[in-house]
Design a protein around this ligand. Sequence first.
Ligand code: CA
Length: 221
Amino acid sequence: MRVLVVEDDALLGDAIQAGLRQHGFVADWVRDGAAADRAIGDGAFAAVVLDLGLPRRNGLEVLARLRARKDAVPVLILTARDTVEDRIGGLDAGADDYLVKPFDMGELAARLRALSRRAAGSPSPALRVGVLSLDPATREVRWRGEPCALSRKEFALLHAFMRRPGAVLTRAQLEEALYGWGEEVESNAVEVHLHHLRRKLDPGVVQTLRGVGYVMPRELA
Ligand code: CA
């Protein structure tokens, strides 16, 4: 799951990015509101962690602009002061959740997983497609009830498909789910990880639509 962190405080931004990576997220970080606007416009992020006090456009403006564009990406705002007005303002502007600084990194990770679940229309923690289940919190994957050990990238790839079964995903979309900025994308990475997923789970877990993209069937049996 790829998350954008928007935070102008260098120490805090660095700590959030590192903490989220430790919790298994792909995390990118920008330091001002204008950069956040541009990054969110790419549509590559499953959620946004948004500080409110930012240079070059404050967090509430960033939020208002992205909701005005009908962008439904889940947004968790970080408020520096524990004031009711800040939280009300943020939620009214279209935020989905908030945390008051200082916060616990484990709680931030759990709240982001919950937002992603709700955005995917899935109320229970584990995602399920037929005989396949994936729990983002425990990082456990089961095929017909049997646990499967997946690498970090294999898990991220499978998660991207399970969030949208039946949807065709392009190679570029999958690469965006797998890699943060500055990470080198190996040219055949998607195919290699897919090969491993099919071998570890089932050959039919993801289908290749030649020249179009890849799709996980809505039903896996
Ligand atoms: Ca700030």
